[in-house]
Ligand binder design. Structure first.
Ligand code: ADP
Ligand code: MG
Length: 282
């Protein structure tokens, strides 16, 4: 049922049309997908599999060519829902430099609620709270362009938070960051999910981010070809490799040990779990 789903796709289909030659490209191919309120979902898939296209449907930046997309029960094809959808599901993109518009951090964060017509006093509160939640309050008077990549992405997330969304969709937010910046951003996202129950849809290439999710969705060629807990998904070693995705080294080791007849669980994601499994072999 669509009821109480944060994201609900019904036969979602999207074709890009090249307006020069009329050429069509089927980017999303009849996807059915449900994401619950409060869930932390990671979307994996190699380049061109349709991840960004589906993400853009989640806040009505793109509208389905066929099928339906509902965001918190709102039909994205109904133009009346547009602003409600945009404030329900905020979006964070890959390049932090393209998202920050103001010359002072707190002005940037105020931008979203200002556009929504929120009262100035309330904006002040929301800006302060949002910056505190992402650990950037001390930087509120700084110039965004002087911050690190990870700090910029956290300011971008604060800007979304200030609109009080129920859901945040992040399209490879860590792709341009160094390891420390990646950790800052992912820890922030995880905390927003744990503490405030904000639904998270995170598109990423990094396995260490995917294993933190409640559920992993794997896309290939415009379709969802695999979904489950991180353990269920990564233990499908041959399938993951076939579509060009990596699995954690210990998961692959568990798979190989099984192949040569050792009875260890295939659902292993960490070295600790591997050590336990091996100790039990005796
Ligand atoms: P991903 O984010 O997984 O890399 P995308 O959603 O960006 O994948 O792209 C899915 C498919 O749609 C790819 O084949 C890509 O080439 C195509 N595509 C993406 N954007 C456009 C566009 N603006 N015009 C035409 N085709 C596009
Ligand atoms: Mg993409």
């Amino acid at each position: 049922m669509m009821k109480d789903k944060m994201i609900f796709c019904d036969n979602l289909t999207y074709k890009y049309t090249n307006h020069q030659d009329g050429e069509e490209k089927l980017a999303i191919d009849g996807v059915d997908l449900e994401i619950n309120q409060g869930e932390f979902v990671v979307v994996l898939g190699h380049n061109g599999s349709g991840k960004s296209t589906i993400a853009k449907h989640m806040n009505a930046l793109l509208l389905p060519t066929e099928g339906k997309m509902y965001i918190d029960k709102m039909d994205s094809s109904d133009i009346k829902n547009l602003w409600n959808i945009r404030s329900t599901a905020g979006m964070v993109f890959q390049n932090p430099d393209n998202q920050l518009v103001a010359t002072i951090v707190e002005e940037d964060v105020a931008f979203g609620p200002e556009n929504l017509g929120v009262e100035p006093k309330e904006i002040r509160q929301r800006v302060d709270n949002s910056l505190k939640r992402v650990g950037m309050y001390e930087y509120r008077k700084h110039a965004p362009h002087l911050l690190s990549g990870g700090q910029k992405q956290r300011v971008a997330i604060a800007g979304i938070l200030a609109m009080m969304p129920k859901c945040i969709v992040l399209d490879e937010p860590t792709a341009m960051l160094d390891p420390l910046g990646r950790k800052e951003v992912i820890d922030t996202v995880k905390e927003l999910n744990d503490e405030f129950g904000i639904t998270i849809v995170l598109i990423t290439h990094y396995m260490e981010e995917a294993i933190k999710a409640d559920r992993v969705i794997v896309m290939d060629n415009g379709k969802v070809i695999l979904e489950g807990t991180p353990k269920e998904v990564f233990s499908q070693v041959p399938l993951m490799k076939k579509i060009g995705l990596d699995v954690p080294q210990v998961t692959e080791l568990a798979y190989e040990l099984n192949k040569v007849g050792l009875n260890v669980s295939k659902e292993i994601l960490s070295i600790d779990e591997m050590v336990n499994a091996l100790c039990q072999l005796k």
